[in-house]
Design a protein around this ligand. Sequence first.
Ligand code: PGA
Length: 250
Amino acid sequence: MRGKLVIGNWKMNGSLEANRCLLQELLPPLAALKGVGVAVCPPFPYLAQVAGLLEGSGVALGAQNLNAAEKGAFTGEVAGGMLAELGCRYVLVGHSERRSLYGESDEAVAEKFEAALAAGLVPVLCVGETLAQRRDGSTEAVIAAQVRAVLQRVGSAAIAVAVVAYEPVWAIGTGETATPEQAQAVHRHIRALLGEADGVLAAATPILYGGSVKADNAAALFAQPDIDGGLIGGASLEAASFLAICQAAR
Ligand code: PGA
């Protein structure tokens, strides 16, 4: 059975003080929340601090990106092994901001996905269409290309441990959310694509929805049969709203 999972993506936000305050408010009520996996992904410089704050809490640590190489002359980059050493369980790969602002292709994302697996991390593969792609009817094809690039590179090993996050680009940080029905249709499509590699594993792969998830729309999204939780940006920076979203996943 797939459990529910909620991951907070802090993006390039936070400070030593803000992180401490946020987790101080979040962790006690989260400790009382059973049956929902929770993780937070702070910026790289705060991973060690947040790892310390999360110790013993049951909340997992994740990173927002990694380099596909194991080590070497890649100034400014971070390897999967480093993230694992700092206590990360998850790492986002192919977030739409990485794809659009930093030119990460489907193939580059697949390489990062493979590197994450090699480092013992759980890759959270982010996929999603732009507004133009949705309008011209290519949503399913875009998602298929993004998912298949990974399956082609790593095969069914891809889905044995991975998480997928469907994040329509037009819904990220815009306040506009996919309706539960729109999201469910794409989630079903993603599960079918994974099923082409391995039906049994696909049935067990968590597929999260992301894109302007808030306390007041989370429950309806999470109630859909193929939506296994959320990847939360803006609303993960505020304790009350992130907590309410985690509670909606119960
Ligand atoms: P948002 O971001 O919740 O602020 O829309 C989601 C994401 O980009 O992961």
